[in-house]
Design a protein around this ligand. Structure first.
Ligand SMILES: NC(=O)C1=CN([C@@H]2O[C@H](COP(=O)(O)OP(=O)(O)OC[C@H]3O[C@@H](n4cnc5c(N)ncnc54)[C@H](OP(=O)(O)O)[C@@H]3O)[C@@H](O)[C@H]2O)C=CC1
Ligand SMILES: Nc1nc(=O)c2c([nH]1)NC[C@@H]1CN(c3ccc(C(=O)N[C@@H](CCC(=O)O)C(=O)O)cc3)C=[N+]21
Length: 281
């Protein structure tokens, strides 16, 4: 039995329509400041998509394309100016940055109520403590997909492969907050396939092309592929899609799975940030 394909494009479209409806009820359109430093081609495509969808949802696109040789203190000053600017609802610093820049202090300096990527220390703390706040886009998009397909999270065995600050760690926290039994795997995990086979919900975010094969999947499990790799044959994920589809109950494709959700949740977060700003104004 082939697995049901989880259609991230369709769910993302529904989220964006709901966001546009929420934007229409706000007094002022939210403004999203995307910062793209340098000319990484993949980042340029992502940021272009974010900007296009931001405008389509009725929000203001406050993009800045900065030179690849910008100094750390210049970039820090731009973030500070955006923090202070009431027209700026959300700030997104596209990663990775060029090698001479240190991303950590820049991310840390983003005002937590404008942190639409959910990457600041305050946002991470709010997530862990179960307080309202802005959640990282990719893992919250994964939760949205699970909900859209009626996958039961409460009580489920969830295994997350990867423990990055951007994806794996917040993914585990979000699943835990929904009462899954969560296991986190990483590069030092002994016998990854046997741990993965416990999963009712398996989230692959290791950044290793086709790391997850059919021997790592319990029959009927829901498999979510966060990985994104450009190969000569096109895009692929961290999951061996063709082989795993024969075992899994549901599976996300790459492209058309988690990727579109990341952008939809960024727009959702921008509306949430506008609402947070309205409360504190
Ligand atoms: N679709 C989307 O919207 C997005 C997709 N991505 C994609 O998701 C993937 C992961 O991204 P990100 O979290 O930023 O990546 P990172 O490289 O920051 O983290 C990778 C994690 O996977 C672990 N890992 C690496 N190799 C293995 C292995 N062989 N077995 C088990 N664990 C392993 C690492 O372990 P350790 O900690 O021990 O080093 C690390 O925790 C990438 O392909 C990225 O392109 C990322 C963001 C958004
Ligand atoms: N500060 C920051 N926040 C991020 O959220 C962030 C980042 N930096 N750096 C890089 C990763 C990667 N990322 C993706 C966004 C959209 C798609 C996406 O739309 N993917 C489409 C395909 C796009 C294509 O064809 O290239 C899909 O999977 O269908 C993928 C990956 C966000 N990231």
């Amino acid at each position: 039995m082939a697995a049901e394909i989880i259609d991230g494009k369709a769910v993302a479209l529904a989220v964006r329509e709901a966001v546009a409806a929420d934007v229409a009820t706000l007094e002022r359109p939210p403004g999203l400041a995307t910062l793209l430093v340098g000319d990484d081609p993949a980042s340029a495509i992502y940021v272009a998509n974010k900007r296009k969808q931001c405008e389509a949802a009725g929000m203001r696109d406050l993009h800045q394309h900065l030179p690849g040789d910008i100094a750390q203190d210049e970039l820090a000053a731009i973030v500070e100016a955006l923090n202070a600017d009431p027209d700026v609802t959300g700030i997104l610093l596209q990663l990775p940055l060029p090698d001479h820049l240190d991303a950590a202090p820049l991310i840390a300096s983003i005002h937590p109520d404008k942190d639409v990527d959910g990457l600041t220390e305050v946002s991470a703390g709010r997530l862990v403590l179960g307080k309202p706040g802005l959640r990282p886009c990719t893992p919250s998009g994964v939760i949205e997909l699970l909900d859209a397909y009626g996958v039961q999270i409460e009580g489920a065995e969830a295994v997350v492969v990867g423990r990055s600050d951007l994806v794996g760690k917040p993914q585990a926290q979000l699943l835990l907050a929904r009462n899954a039994t969560v296991t986190m795997c990483h590069s030092r995990t002994r016998d990854l396939p046997s741990v993965c086979r416990r999963a009712d919900i398996l989230v692959a975010a290791a950044g290793v092309p086709r790391l997850i094969g059919p021997d790592s999947v319990k029959p009927g499990a829901t498999v979510i592929d966060v990985g994104m790799h450009r190969t000569d044959e096109g895009l692929c994920g961290d999951v061996d899609f063709d082989a795993v589809s024969e075992v899994a109950g549901r599976i996300t494709p790459v492209p058309g799975g988690v990727g579109p959700m990341t952008i939809a949740m960024l727009l959702r977060n921008t509306v949430t940030a506008a609402q947070l700003a309205a409360v504190t104004a």
